[in-house]
Structures are given as structure tokens and as C-alpha cells.
Design a protein around this ligand. Sequence first.
Ligand SMILES: *Cc1c(COP(=O)(O)O)cnc(C)c1O
Length: 389
Amino acid sequence: MIPAVMPTYARSELTFERGEGPYLYATDGRRYLDFSSGVAVTSLGHAHPRLVAALTEQAGKLWHCSNLYQIAGQQRLAERLVSLSFADTAFFCNSGAEAMECAIKVARKHYAESGHEERYRLIACNGSFHGRTLATLAAAGAKKYLKGFGPPTPGFDHVAYGNLNEMRATVSKETAAIIVEPVQGEGGLAVASTEYLKGLRAMCDEFGLLLIFDEVQSGMGRTGKLFAHEWAGVTPDIMALAKGLAGGFPIGACLATENAANAMTAGTHGSTFGGNPLAMAVANEVLTVMTEPGFLPQVERVAKVLRAKIDALAKAYPKVFVEARGKGLLVGLKCAVPNLEVLEKLRRAGLLTVAAGENVVRLLPPLIIDERHVEEAVGIIDAVARAWP
Ligand SMILES: *Cc1c(COP(=O)(O)O)cnc(C)c1O
């Protein structure tokens, strides 16, 4: 018999009843150190007092009024995101996939309205992940996720991640944009080099293409900068955000330059729940916390400590681990043994992590951790690796 909850996830048995900072408390009475953050979502940890206050204050005032009216929180969040980034405008939705759908639509509309309807194709990278809608699945091109869902949405080409020559050879008169994750989250924590991102920007400028960065996972402080592309000093024309943006309240955002979004006029796109006052209240508070002096430098500092220790673990246990990967607090441990077995043993020892492609275990702690939490996590990983049969 099919479970009442459609069984699209291979779920663990654990049920959590509350969270506090980087810890989750399960109904089995145990406490877990959460180095998954709900897959990079609870960026400020669980039950952050300022986020709870922002949400409950808004909850007593207004939940929803639709986008047929002005929404003050939306105006404020958009202005702040614009001032903190390359962008001139922002569209709010409810998930990463929707943010990427908007990015694709913005790019196609830009060319269609300038008399170039033939320029509808987008080039994306192997190993990428952009969401589970039909268009975002086609964008990423992973066969295992597309199988059985009919003909993939047309208009996407795929090349190797990090290969500028192949990208260049794939650009045609029909190309509208290039889509890249500055760090491949689901794919296995490959990090784009500065040279690669600079090369993509130059290529887009040369051929008149729009550059789309999917920062749904890498954005919002996860790498120690507000956006991962800041490390390379390269800006896109369009960017998708979601996961960490409202610390666990559903949200997505598509940011764009004025030029890229010039054809997005009234009626071209929409979302019933997008930009809802509750999501806006929490996201505005997340942004306030993240932009306070010292917050991101502290993320960078603690990330360096974690990475040094993970590098050391990888060296110390070559039978279990191959190498450490990733950037900031988006860390991957490539395993020499099945990653799911490592993940399961870590969970039993009280540390929650997430699997990624290429046999990687992902460590995605909330950005509020300090060195004690790093010590605790590293101690657990060390014990599991040492006891490996
Ligand atoms: C998670 C993720 C998405 C999809 O986000 P959803 O909120 O699950 O739709 C898209 N792109 C990247 C890079 C992601 O990590």
C-alpha cells in the first residue's frame, strides 16, 4: 500500500520535535549536531530568536494579500538585495526551482522582445542541479531525474563543468544564456575557479549572452561571502537565490540587471505566494543578521578551521576518505567507501550530514557555528573513520 505521504524520498526513521541553534532534538530523546541545515536552508540555525520574533510579529499583522497590492517587506528586501549585489531588480517566489524558472524566462524574454526569438537556448553544465520542475530538470540534464517524465523541455545544451573550450564550441546563434553554479552543491562540491568564471563572463560579453548564476545553495553567506561569485570578482546578469535566504521559511528570488530584465513587464510572470509578507519579514531579518559587521568574516574564519581539520581527516584515513572539497561552509568529503554508509554511521554517532554526487558526504553547518561545534563534528567523524571495519 502506498504511504499517505507520497514516497518520493528515502527518509530516515528520525523525527525531530525541536531545534536550537546547530542542534536538533529527536523524539528518541537524542540530541543531534545538525551539519545539514535542512540542506543548506537553516542558515542561522534552528529557532534563532530574532527570526522567531520577526515571523511572529508579522504573523499577528498580515499573512497574505497577493501581489495585486504593494508589499512593504518585498520592497525593502528587493532594495536591500539590489544594493548588496550586481542586480537592479528582484522577483520573489517560493523555491529554488522557481527562482531558476524565472531566470530562464527572463533570459528568453530578453531576446524574444528584442526581435531574437531564435535565441532561446541555454547552456548548462554536467553535474549541475537546478531543481525538480520540468524546465529546471531539462536545464541540468541529469538523465536519472528526467527518465519517465516525457520529452525533456527543449532548449538546453550541456557541457563539462569548468571547460571553457567546450562551452565556447557550444555557443550558437540560438544561445541566449549560460547557467552555472559557482559551487556545484548536489553534484559533489566541485568549485568553479576564478579563471573559469572570468572566462564565462568574457565569453558572454563577446557573444552578447546573459550569464546566469544559480546560487540557490552557494549564496546567502554559505561560502563566507554573501554570494559565492564575489570570490571571483565576477558578476552575472541573472542570479537565483533560495535555500538560506529566509533561514527555513519557504522563499526564492531571481535577481537581474535592468538590461537582462528589460522585457519583464506586468503580466509576464507571477506567483500567488511569492513575496508573501511572512517570508519577507524573515528574509529581511536574515539579511540584517548576515550583514552585521563581523558576521561573514566569522563564517570565513570558522570555515577555515573546519576545512583544515577535514583536510587532516581525509589524509589520516585514506581507506575511508579521498579528499575534502567545496568552499566555506559548503564542505564535501569524498569517500573511498560508500558515502551513504558513512552518513549512516555519522548519524548514529549524533552528526547529521547530507549525501552529494560523486560519493561525497556534505557538511552544511548553520553559519552561526563556532569552533566548539567544529571540534564536536570532527571528533565524531574521526571516531567513525577510526572504527571503520
Ligand atoms: C536546491 C537547489 C535548487 C532547487 O531548489 P528547490 O527549493 O528544491 O526547488 C536549485 N539549484 C540549486 C543549486 C540547489 O542547490
